[in-house]
Write a protein that binds this ligand. Structure first.
Ligand code: HSE
Length: 308
């Protein structure tokens, strides 16, 4: 095989209370990467579509390029790779756009070389790529994009990721047309956190993880709250609290900021509730004259998928 095309899914990082330690993958949107073996060593990114010419073609500045170059170094490849990246989701949206490209690229190239590495071995390349894209090597987008489903980052040094089970869940993701850079959304966070807030946050994380394991929707509903990050980041997202309330009123188990925003996700028991919650959130932004995109999707259980 000399050529392959892979899709990798968008992801919702943090899942309300799990800042930097929790994320899940959705079926759509996502990015596609076409990878082709070349006789010259190294990575060439020949084309990027869907990015409005905002992303760099230089591999060392591009998340997919960084991940693939690290992979090639690790396997001491005597061939190189040409990449074409098709961005199928908004950039800077809080949907793990840079993660999806890195995961799709490195997964595709691993296949081209005959699968020398496991997903666990590919993960560090994608985390390194996140550092280039966002200035921080958080793993809560790349890990769910690579493994699918719900993932917990138990440790960063060394990296330890745990996939956890979940009941049937659907997600509405509303992306309002507001630009937030992950770096900025991280730099506004406070370092001095109150102990009482830490206690509340820990109990929500414990409740959410237990709720997912126990398939207890009410426990999930009770736990989808954040008291440390959202109070600061919500200031960057007009209409945020109204949208969350509208989603809950439409039946969502809970709603919060997707990753570093501005997207807002609502987790729901059924596909119909996800549609209703999504439409309710959309209505809030329409009434504010802010353009938005809405995605309704089940949880993606598998991560990347070979499409050609
Ligand atoms: N955990 C990261 C953050 C995710 O919230 O900054 C960024 O998508």
């Amino acid at each position: 095989m000399r050529k392959i095309k892979v899709f990798a899914p968008a992801t919702v990082a943090n899942v309300a209370c799990g800042y930097d330690i929790m994320g899940f993958a959705v079926d759509k949107p996502g990015d596609e990467v076409l990878a082709e073996l070349t006789n010259e060593t190294g990575v060439v990114i020949s084309k990027i579509t869907g990015d409005g010419r905002k992303l760099p073609l230089e591999p060392e500045k591009n998340t997919a390029g960084v991940a693939v170059q690290s992979f090639l170094n690790r396997i001491r490849a005597d061939k190189g790779v040409r990449l074409e990246i098709n961005k199928m989701m908004p950039l800077g949206s809080g949907l793990g756009s840079s993660a999806a490209s890195a995961v799709a690229a490195v997964y595709a190239v691993n296949e081209l070389f005959g699968k020398p590495l496991s997903k666990d071995e590919l993960l560090p390349f994608t985390v390194e790529a996140e550092s280039v894209a966002c200035g921080s090597g958080h793993a809560d987008n790349v890990a769910p994009a690579l493994y699918g489903g719900f993932v917990i980052i138990k440790d960063y040094h060394p990296l330890k990721v745990i996939s956890i089970p979940a009941p049937e869940l659907y997600c509405a993701v509303l992306h309002p047309d507001v630009i937030i850079r992950t770096e900025d959304a991280r730099s506004i966070l406070r370092m001095d956190v109150q102990l009482k807030d830490v206690v509340t946050q820990c109990s929500n994380v414990a409740g959410l993880v237990s709720g997912l394991f126990l398939k207890d929707y009410e426990l999930i509903r009770d736990s989808l709250h954040d008291v440390i990050v959202v109070p600061h980041r919500s200031k960057l997202i007009p209409g945020f609290f109204k949208a969350v309330e509208a989603a809950r009123e439409a039946g969502a188990l809970g709603a919060s900021i997707s990753g570093s925003g501005p997207s807002i996700f609502a987790l729901c028991k059924t596909s119909q509730i996800a549609k209703d919650s999504g439409e309710a959130m959309k209505g809030i932004y329409q009434s504010m004259d802010i353009d938005c995109q809405l995605y309704i999707s089940p949880i993606n259980p598998d991560g990347p998928k070979i499409i050609e």
